[in-house]
Design a protein around this ligand. Structure first.
Ligand code: EPZ
Length: 420
């Protein structure tokens, strides 16, 4: 297995090019199941999760080519409707094929994704909404067995909680349903917005894009001619590198980024003392030499994203004062805390709230990644720790960050990928 060896640097400088968003790519790849044509996708990130979902599509009978961020996906040859445990267990976002397969074939079997490191990750809201659309769903031997022999019918769905992939699943199911679906309490993440925009551009009437109430007029079972599209920039990757600039007090510029997707993140970094110069596609961070403490509560978009919580917790160890970080979405998303404490961070956990006393000098040691965003928090801490830090189990990192160590080396970080 690979690990990363990193050590502190005086400062970083230069530009980092942001890749396409993993969390936009996954639903959009699943959406190709609805296509009657070969679909061209560009600006896909070269990360493990994308390769996993493309492999799942080939297991279902699609033919896929994926090279240098561009994919050509031909699902006209799809003939299987079972997403098996071996693939789904490696990536729970495979649940995104449930809606599309059911809408296209009238039946499907998808392995229950199970929980993951950060929490139980239930999918009850996905299943309840599909049942409302006329699906019959049974759980048998760890599989979701869903049937809708007459196809799905449009209806009014009200999500009890805001769910990103739940909203995406139902948007895709509604795109092929008979009649109109109204989704209330829909997720408004930019990744959900792009899914709606691509479907709209491919002829599916969708109203309310970007709001909590979506109205989708289904095609009545007809497959869709999906126009080619390019994945939006990854706002979480971008936020992670902005934290790298803030924690090392370095001025760096991000290119191919969408500043308007980072409102809450930029606001919190400004509260901590950073300033920014932005254009339509770039962000330059002008970091503070005196990092201020911060209060953060993670919530759904456009509020502060849970996927940036771990990175800000690492940054807060370098703030002068007490920061309070509350995680409201997932029940176990503080596993980076114990590793940061081993590096010398002064953090107290009380239920869903972390209190971070800064500034503490961190020292490098062997640490273990536990989940995708926790891994990036450990990398950020390593950039300001004395001595060397070895970050193990970075397969977590490789799920969602495209060439992280190359991008950081490109701005002067001392970081190497080595074999255990
Ligand atoms: C998406 O996960 C993202 N993954 C996650 O990013 C992100 O952290 C999360 O949204 C929240 O923004 C992808 O887009 C592939 P949810 P998702 O359904 O859709 C509860 C990363 O690091 N819930 O919005 O699985 C759930 O338990 C990953 O890139 C139910 O109770 O998250 C959670 O408390 C990690 N029942 C809350 O809703 C359901 O049926 C939000 O979950 C579904 C969700």
């Amino acid at each position: 297995m690979d690990y990363l060896k990193a050590q502190s640097v005086k400062s970083l400088q230069g530009t980092i090019d942001i890749s396409g968003a993993k969390n936009a790519s996954l639903p959009l790849i699943a959406m190709t199941i609805l296509a009657n044509n070969v679909v061209n996708i560009t600006n896909l990130p070269q990360v493990a999760d994308i390769k996993t979902l493309l492999k799942l599509l080939t297991n279902l009978g699609a033919t896929v080519s994926f090279d240098n961020g561009a994919a050509i996906v031909n699902t006209t040859t799809l003939h299987e409707t079972k997403a098996t445990y071996d693939i789904v267990k490696t990536m729970r976002a495979s649940i995104l094929v449930l809606g599309p397969i059911l809408a296209r074939f009238g039946h499907c079997e998808v392995s229950l994704p199970g929980g993951c490191a950060i929490g139980q990750r239930p999918i009850d809201l996905h299943l309840k909404a599909l049942e409302q659309m006329g699906a019959h769903i049974e759980i048998k031997a760890g599989y979701i067995e869903a049937t809708a022999p007459e196809g799905l019918k449009g209806c009014n769905i009200i999500f009890d909680k805001i769910t990103v992939t739940g909203t995406a699943n139902i948007i895709m199911a509604a795109a092929l349903a008979h009649g109109k679906t109204v989704i209330t309490n829909a997720a408004r993440e930019p990744e959900v917005v792009q899914l709606c925009e691509v479907l709209l551009n491919s002829g599916i009437p969708i109203e309310g894009i970007g709001t909590a109430i979506l109205t989708i007029k289904g095609s009545g079972g007809k497959l869709i001619n999906i126009k080619e599209f390019s994945i939006i920039p990854d706002r979480i990757e971008a936020g992670t590198y902005l934290c790298a600039g803030a924690i090392t007090k370095s001025e760096i510029t991000l290119t191919n980024v969408e500043p308007k997707h980072l409102g809450a993140v930029l606001a919190k970094l400004e509260e901590m003392g950073s300033r920014f110069t932005t254009t339509d596609t770039t962000i330059t961070i002008h970091p503070s030499q005196d990092i201020k403490p911060v209060k953060i509560v993670t919530q759904e978009y456009p509020a502060f994203p849970t996927d940036m919580q771990a990175q800000f917790l690492a940054l807060a160890t370098q703030a002068n004062g007490v920061s309070i970080i509350e995680e409201r979405l997932f029940e176990n998303r503080f596993m980076h805390v114990s590793e940061l404490q081993r590096m010398g961070a002064d953090i107290t956990l009380n239920g869903h709230t972390a209190t971070v006393n800064g500034k503490t000098d961190l020292s490098g040691t062997d640490v273990m990644a536990t989940d995708l965003r926790a891994s990036s928090a450990l990398v950020l801490a390593a950039l300001v720790s004395s001595g060397e830090t070895n970050i193990h189990r970075i397969y977590h990192l490789d799920r969602g960050y495209d060439s992280l160590e190359k991008k950081l080396k490109g701005v002067g970080a001392k970081i190497e990928r080595l074999k255990e």
